[in-house]
Design a protein around this ligand. Structure first.
Ligand SMILES: NC(=O)C1=CN([C@@H]2O[C@H](COP(=O)(O)OP(=O)(O)OC[C@H]3O[C@@H](n4cnc5c(N)ncnc54)[C@H](OP(=O)(O)O)[C@@H]3O)[C@@H](O)[C@H]2O)C=CC1
Ligand SMILES: O=C1O[C@H](COP(=O)(O)O)[C@@H](O)[C@H](O)[C@H]1O
Length: 497
């Protein structure tokens, strides 16, 4: 987490494998630039983009400046002061001999700065490249230094439980667990971190945050975008692997966790893994009752014509990959017995929104007339992760007038009005945490595997069946009818408002 005091991390050299790629352009460099502007970067800092593409330091910086202009929350500023800290190293991650360039670079900086820098390797490359690069890195003598060297691994972390276990075993054999930072960028979002503050820094919510008062919980992560040229990756992934296995389950953990006794990394992660381990295992014959998948056809999102998923570049014309997934889960522990958690995510939806809704049980209403209660709506706490970044509490109030009529009303806390909209982007927080060595917001090996265990029965059931109804939802809709039925058959409805 961004420290309350403006304490800068130790001197750092950050190597980004995939420096020439999309993630660096859109997220990592804009995040570093904002950290630089806010004076969170170390006094001695150097970032090195690595890739096979042909850049000079100068042309690489020019390319990254375009990314800052397009994607940074601050577009203007002291780029000329930041840019000299960026370099480019042209090398193939599979070329073991080339890794000596990394050692040379670190040694040069060590000499220049007069101190041993921390060295961070950020693997922003396709997952199949990770084992090779990690293996080559681990052979470098400098990687024997467990205090100063860390490795950051982007998602997806494995393709299923087996491959995640294999990757964990490989990385665990090469590095100490404290050196491995598995990124889930949702954990870096201010509003996701705020869930713990909301729950545990207030005496108001925690007493009612359990099965006695909560009727059900929903988490929606909807996107208006389709594939954005990522067909090659997405075809082998789908909504369940791309969003639910990681981001949505991590958010669920924040909502459902027991109070940690401290915010020390392992304490928080222990509590979160307890939630994942408590999620009821879905029986194979139950998958169709608790999980729904969808794929969008051609149509319109916000008045813009879009091709169907199967017509996107890199997608099989008979693709079985889901672009929408919804699941109903139970957390079988003392706090959450029989409280359903509904999760859904999809591409080409009507709006970009990530929202958690905690719906409370109805109040007894003996004293009110049937007419007065006809307009009642359940108490809800609606936590908007993005883009609204607000928290709304819905409750009943008396309508002004001589009759006793009741209306639902809202109390609202908005980050944008309360804090001027200057919240750091998720990658700012996560990069700074990796530099300072705070792994609280990163996933531990057992968390990743526990999350894969939750979705494995669904993967297995879906894997053996070809959906005959694909494509089964219109772009710009909230997904297939079966997803609406999933929650409505329990007497509830999806909501993002
Ligand atoms: N883009 C995004 O918004 C997000 C991406 N991610 C994850 O980040 C990772 C990277 O994604 P993204 O940036 O989109 O992918 P890109 O395809 O845009 O970039 C891939 C990068 O890998 C480099 N690369 C490929 N082969 C080699 C090689 N043999 N040796 C060295 N470098 C190589 C490419 O450089 P070159 O061609 O120059 O060699 C390029 O810089 C993926 O795991 C993805 O899932 C996660 C969340 C969001
Ligand atoms: O990790 C991913 O997340 C994005 C959505 O992230 P957000 O911060 O914009 O909500 C998603 O588009 C992408 O498919 C997935 O890989």
């Amino acid at each position: 987490m961004i420290p309350a005091t403006n304490q800068r991390p130790h001197a750092t050299v950050l190597f980004i494998f995939g420096g020439s790629g999309d993630l660096n352009l859109r997220k990592l460099t804009p995040a570093l630039y904002n950290l630089f502007i806010d004076k969170y970067l170390p006094e001695s800092f150097s970032v090195v983009g690595i890739g096979r593409s042909n850049y000079t330091d100068e042309s690489f910086r020019e390319r990254l400046l375009e990314g800052v202009k397009d994607f940074s929350r601050r577009k203007d500023g002291p780029w000329d002061e930041f840019a000299p800290q960026i370099s480019y190293l042209q090398m193939d991650g599979g070329d073991e001999a080339a890794y000596s360039k990394i050692t040379d670079f670190v040694n040069t900086k060590k000499e220049e700065w007069g101190e041993d820098p921390n060295v961070l390797f950020y693997l922003a490359v396709a997952p199949q490249l990770v084992p090779g690069i990690a293996t080559n890195l681990a052979k470098l003598p400098l990687c024997g230094d467990k205090t100063h060297v860390r490795i950051v691994v982007e998602k997806p972390f494995g393709h299923d439980l087996k491959t995640a276990q294999e990757l964990n075993a490989l990385l665990g054999g090469l590095f100490a667990e404290e050196q491995i930072y598995r990124i889930d960028h949702y954990l870096g979002k201010e509003t996701v971190q705020n869930i713990l503050a909301l729950r545990f820094a207030n005496s108001l919510f925690e007493p009612i945050w359990n099965r006695r008062y909560v009727e059900h919980i929903q988490i929606t992560a909807a996107e208006t975008v389709g594939l954005e040229g990522r067909g090659g990756y997405y075809e082998g992934s789908g909504a369940l692997r791309d969003m639910i296995q990681n981001h949505l389950l991590q958010v669920l953990c924040m909502v459902a966790t027991e109070p940690p006794i401290s915010f020390e990394a392992n304490e928080v992660r222990n509590k979160k893994v307890d939630v994942l381990n408590a999620i009821r295992r879905i029986q194979p014959d139950q998958v169709n009752n608790v999980a729904v998948r969808g794929q969008y056809g051609p149509g319109k999102v916000k008045d813009k014509e879009i091709p169907g998923y199967r017509e996107e570049e890199g997608v099989d014309p008979n693709s079985a990959t889901e672009t929408f997934a919804a699941v109903k889960l139970f957390v079988d522990n003392w706090r959450w017995e029989n409280v359903p958690f509904y999760l859904r995510t999809g591409k080409s939806m009507p709006e970009k929104t990530t929202v958690i809704t905690v719906q409370f049980k109805p109040a007894p209403n003996y004293a009110f007339s049937a007419e007065a209660t006809s307009t009642w709506q359940a108490n809800r706490l609606i936590i908007s992760i993005q883009p609204a970044m607000d928290i709304r509490l819905r409750f009943q109030a008396k309508r002004p007038g001589q009759t006793l009529a009741i209306d639902p009303v809202e109390m609202v806390f908005s980050y944008k009005t309360a804090y001027d909209g200057q919240e750091p982007e998720a990658y700012e927080t996560l990069l700074l945490d990796a530099m300072t060595g705070d792994a609280t917001l990163f996933m531990r090996a057992d968390q990743v595997e526990a999350a894969w265990k939750v979705v494995t029965p669904i993967i297995e059931a879906w894997g053996s069946e070809t959906p005959t109804d694909f494509p089964n939802y219109e772009p710009g809709s909230w997904g297939p009818q079966a997803a609406i039925d999933l929650i409505e058959k329990d007497g509830f409805e999806w909501t993002t408002k």
